[in-house]
Design a protein around this ligand. Structure first.
Ligand code: CP
Length: 296
């Protein structure tokens, strides 16, 4: 079994992953994967995802190897298929793959015959990010059902947003997409609530989920300047004062401080941003044991 896209995962399976992740918050070290080897194969940069997969695998007792393209034979021209088949030939049980091309995790699974967890593929999917986002909301509010969530920013280019769009309505939450028209084209047609007027809706949300402008995917062509974006859509202290009591701020990271979020909000009491990072480790423990059928 592999995990490619959260849209392939049922509500019952999502709840099982979240329950298992809660379990691993209280069982930080186990030996469930003591007989397994996990390889992280990341063709795009990462801090949170790669390190938390590697920590999660180590805390499950697995052997962990980390493939870094820049210092590998990719620099000599080796293609993805040959690279992942080479890694697999060394005796690996699970591959965690990040790649700029949507659908590449499925190709890696096909080429190697190994289970693959998608660590982010292009604009398409980042399923463990979605699970840690849901876990963070569920732990903070004690529920997902009935939560009002505003996702703000570069929705068009964001695999994080796609994960939230795919799951939050299924979990009973109310989802509103907020951003410049260039970042939310056509999304209203799917029955989702969409607005370009952040100041008209901020007071409605329990969760304000800020998205990074995906400059590496062309996001900066969707607005005139960072200063203009910050002025029109950035979560400033003035805007934060419109949020209701108890409402929280989330962000998958890395943040563009001074663009989608200001320093006082990033470092303030409403921020669950580091809590999201913390939840990434138990979520990835739950996913790897689930995918390898090792959950006890
Ligand atoms: N949220 C996320 O995927 O962060 P990294 O790019 O640092 O892994």
């Amino acid at each position: 079994m592999s995990l490619f896209d959260i849209s392939d995962v049922s509500v019952d399976e999502i709840v099982t992953y979240l329950d298992r992740a809660d379990h691993y918050r209280d069982h930080v070290r186990t030996s469930e994967l003591a007989e397994s080897t996990v390889a992280t194969v990341f063709y795009e940069v990462s801090t949170r995802t790669r390190l938390s997969f590697e920590l999660a695998a180590a805390r499950l007792g697995a052997e962990v190897v980390s493939f870094v393209p820049e210092t590998s034979s990719v620099a000599k021209g080796e293609i993805l298929k040959d690279t992942v088949q080479t890694v697999a030939a060394m005796g690996v049980d699970l591959l965690v793959v990040r790649h700029e091309s949507a659908g590449s995790p499925e190709k890696v699974a096909e080429w190697t015959g190994l289970p693959v967890v998608n660590g982010g593929d292009g604009r398409r999917a980042h399923p463990t990010q979605t699970l840690l986002d849901l876990l963070t909301m569920r732990r903070h509010f004690g529920r997902l059902d009935g939560l009002s969530v505003g996702v703000v920013g570069d929705i068009e280019n964001s695999r994080v947003a796609r994960g939230l769009i795919s799951t939050l309505p299924r979990m009973g939450a109310e989802l509103t997409l907020v951003g410049p028209a260039t970042f939310v084209p056509g999304l209203g047609a799917g029955g989702l609530s969409v607005t370009n007027q952040i100041d008209a809706v901020l007071s409605e949300f329990d969760v304000v989920y800020l998205l990074r402008v995906q400059k590496e995917r062309g996001g900066s062509s969707g607005y005139p300047s960072d200063a203009e974006y910050h002025s029109r859509f950035g979560l400033t202290s003035k805007r934060e004062s419109q949020m209701k009591g108890g409402a929280v701020v989330m962000h998958a990271g890395p943040m563009n401080r001074g663009v989608e979020i200001s320093d006082p909000i990033a470092d303030g009491d409403r921020s669950l941003i580091l809590e999201q990072v913390s939840n990434g480790v138990p979520v990835r423990m739950a996913v790897m044991t689930g995918v390898l059928g090792a959950a006890q």
